[in-house]
Design a binder for this molecule. Structure first.
Ligand SMILES: Cc1ncc(COP(=O)(O)O)c(C=O)c1O
Length: 406
């Protein structure tokens, strides 16, 4: 598909915006997480290998190699490649013996909560820290009951949680600790790669993640017994050719996914470099705009920079987050309001009427912007130009928008 090119007429005035009758800034839609693809020739060679070998799935040589590469990159003892991160979470939850209640942040992708509810374990939603958007350890203690069996913390956006504090709480209260690190492959905490913390961690290699295997995920752990248990569970509980040891599911990664994963891992540093440059450009171009901030990352740590997250303070921008979203969508910039409105306000979890002030505040302010290898610096300048125009003329724009919908 041809790349989206900015239309040459810049957005100088409110009337230039598509929502008020102008032409869209982009001919084609710009997505937040268009897949990164490494060396496609290398990938096709691997596909040919797979076809020649006729070993398509069931823990073949590419899956094995992919697992070894993840082990090398993260420094964790075991990696079990899985068909996606949701199933990986479900398997880890089961292998860790979670039951009753498990504490999770509400501000996450719904799969974190579903992995529990699917197994009739109750997710107990916790509020998040306003700086990092990750679970607030100070709120966890209040939620622990005799039914609590564990915590799933989420390294959201690749920002790590306060892992030291979480490990302390888990040890003191004898709770299992699982990290949903779907966003945090290639990131570090206090100089150590994400993957080796808590009892286990889960990565996602979904097409929208900066390293993708089409669909894919992994469980990583330093615990030998847990690694053995999860490996059995992802393959129906088979110990040998025809012996079953436990209940299991089909969580296996296919060879073609692993071939894509290996190919993309070879370009991982390039993907991160592009993401980092894009992140910096957004920060620079939006700096000083009243009411707009780009969520920052800890420069002392390694980060994959795969999300560019804006926070919009509508008291200052006048235009609300949702109005900005509407304007950007008209321009073919498909920004996303991840993870609105928080799991505790979504079906099937909304019946409790729970109030989580930070989650509610953040989920009303956040907007994710397009990044990755499909986006160019010129695209980013155009997107930032639209945002600057919208904020600078916020009063006029909101009046027109609200007038038109009145
Ligand atoms: C925080 C989080 N957890 C879990 C998942 C599920 O990942 P997958 O799509 O690989 O099942 C996602 C997907 O985006 C996610 O963002």
């Amino acid at each position: 598909m041809p790349k989206a090119e900015p239309v040459h007429s810049p957005k100088n005035r409110v009337g230039d915006l598509k929502i008020f009758g102008g032409s869209p800034a982009f001919i084609e839609k710009l997505h937040v997480g268009r897949p990164n693809v490494g060396n496609s020739q290398k990938f096709l060679e691997r596909v040919n290998d797979i076809l020649k070998r006729k070993w398509l799935t069931n823990n073949g040589p590419y899956v094995d190699e992919f697992e070894r590469r993840v082990v090398e990159l993260t420094g964790v003892k075991h990696c079990i490649a899985i068909c996606n991160a949701t199933i990986a979470l479900e398997i880890a939850v089961r292998a860790l013996g979670f039951n009753g209640e498990v504490i999770v942040p509400s501000f996450t992708f719904v799969a974190t909560a579903h992995a529990l509810q699917w197994q009739e374990i109750t997710p107990i939603f916790c509020d998040v820290d306003p700086q990092t958007h990750t679970i607030d350890p100070n709120e966890i203690e209040k939620l622990i009951t005799p039914r609590t069996s564990g915590i799933i913390a989420v390294n959201l956006w690749g920002n790590s949680c306060d892992i030291t504090k979480l490990e302390e709480i888990a040890a003191q209260r004898r709770l299992k600790l699982l990290f949903d690190s779907a966003h945090a492959f290639g990131c570090s905490y206090q100089g150590r790669m994400i993957g080796g913390f808590g009892n286990a961690e889960v990565f996602s290699f979904h097409a929208t993640k900066f390293v993708n295997t089409f669909e894919g995920g992994a469980i990583v752990t330093n615990d030998d017994d847990l690694a053995r248990a999860t490996r059995l569970m992802q393959n129906f509980g088979f110990t040998t050719y025809d012996q079953i040891a436990c209940v299991g599911t089909n969580g296996k990664m296919s060879e073609i996914s692993a071939a894509m994963g290996l190919t993309n891992l070879e370009s991982m540093d390039d993907f991160i470099a592009v993401n980092r440059r894009h992140h910096k450009q957004y920060e620079e171009e939006l700096t000083g705009l009243p009411g707009i901030s780009v969520l920052s990352t800890d420069e002392k740590e390694q980060c994959n920079y795969q999300y560019v997250v804006l926070e919009i303070d509508a008291d200052k921008t006048i235009v609300t987050r949702d109005e900005l979203l509407q304007i950007l969508h008209h321009e073919n910039v498909l920004a996303r309001r991840y993870f609105y409105p928080g799991c505790h306000r979504m079906e099937p979890y909304s019946s409790s009427q729970l109030s989580l002030p930070e989650t509610e505040r953040i989920s009303n302010r956040v907007l994710s912007l397009p990044t990755g290898t499909s986006i160019t610096p010129a695209d980013i300048s155009s997107i930032c130009g639209i945002i600057r125009l919208v904020v600078t003329d916020g009063g006029e724009i909101s009046e027109r928008l609200r007038g038109e919908t009145r």
